[in-house]
Design a protein around this ligand. Structure first.
Ligand SMILES: Cc1cc2nc3c(=O)[nH]c(=O)nc-3n(C[C@H](O)[C@H](O)[C@H](O)COP(=O)(O)O)c2cc1C
Ligand code: SF4
Ligand code: SF4
Length: 261
């Protein structure tokens, strides 16, 4: 087996983290975790050797890899390091996110050996892909891990890796920028500070937790879902309508995980 299995992931509302860990469980090796969700965890450069494997997981934002992460990923280097690419999306579509993730890391010295697109409860609402990943998703993730393990044994025995082909198109889907919106705070706030210390972008003021910098906020909804008092919510009418449109259109058909090996 390879020297070290690593997990590198961002997961604002924990769905990506669950799937990354379940894939690793299926591979069955001890792991080293690099959770890059908080700004402080994205400060240092990382490099991996050719006898390591890295599972790289990100949520899909607008059919792409979250843009602010692409800036950080320049600092993550491989040296013929084997990689598993994972995108997690909210039952709408993942469009070009998986292809983009593969391109970024293969350009940084990694070699893709497997990839997957899984489904997680939508960041914006509990009414789209509610409760996912569920037991079936986690079983799929474990089975995917077992297949990766077999592939690694094969690669180590024969030394040959064929080019990994994933779904996606060029040019990548264009990122559309909406008016900045951000969560508001209601009177139930108990001033616990969780929203400020857990924000992946440092957008919540560290002194006055009611103040959110809309220009920094990425609408990941971590503060909304983690607030113990139900005090944070994105209330802007345009956001509410957009989210309702997603529920109406994409909550009927259940998407299933896709894997590429
Ligand atoms: C800004 C933003 C954009 C998103 N864009 C998409 C999308 O294009 N397609 C989709 O199906 N889900 C989309 N989602 C939902 C997330 O991809 C999904 O909920 C994912 O499970 C979140 O991962 P996490 O729990 O690890 O943060 C988006 C979420 C956010 C916050
Ligand atoms: S997490 Fe909720 S209760 Fe705690 S400070 Fe933030 S808004 Fe207030
Ligand atoms: S303030 Fe914005 S970026 Fe920060 S946790 Fe809340 S939704 Fe995410």
């Amino acid at each position: 087996m390879d020297k070290q299995l690593n997990l590198l992931y961002l997961s604002a509302t924990d769905t990506t983290a669950k799937i990354v860990k379940e894939i690793a469980y299926g591979i069955g090796e001890p792991v080293k975790e690099y959770n890059i969700t908080l700004p402080g965890d994205r400060q240092k450069e990382l490099s991996f050797h050719n006898d390591e494997v890295v599972i790289i997981g990100v949520p899909v934002y607008a059919g792409r890899v979250p843009e602010f992460l692409t800036e950080y990923f320049v600092n993550v280097k491989g040296n013929h390091t084997k990689a598993v690419f994972l995108v997690v999306y909210g039952n709408r579509d993942y469009e070009d996110a998986l292809l983009e993730l593969e391109d970024i890391f293969e350009g940084n010295g990694f070699i893709g050996i497997a990839a997957g697109a899984f489904i997680g409860e939508h960041s914006y609402t509990g009414k789209l892909a509610a409760g996912r990943p569920d037991e079936d998703d986690l079983k799929s993730a474990r089975e995917f891990g077992m297949k990766i393990k077999d592939k690694l044994i094969n690669i180590n025995a024969h030394g040959k890796i064929e080019k990994l082909i994933v779904k996606g198109n060029y040019p990548y889907k264009e990122r559309k920028y909406q008016q900045p919106v951000a969560p508001e705070t209601n009177d139930k706030c108990i001033n616990c500070g969780i929203c400020a210390t857990h924000c992946p972008k440092g957008a919540v003021d560290l002194v006055n937790f009611r103040v959110v910098d809309a220009t920094k906020c990425i609408k990941c909804c971590r503060c909304v879902k983690r607030c113990p008092a139900n005090a944070k919510a994105i209330n802007q009418e345009s956001f509410i309508q957009f989210t309702q449109g997603l529920i109406d259109k994409f909550s009927i058909t259940r998407h299933e995980p896709e894997i590429f090996l």
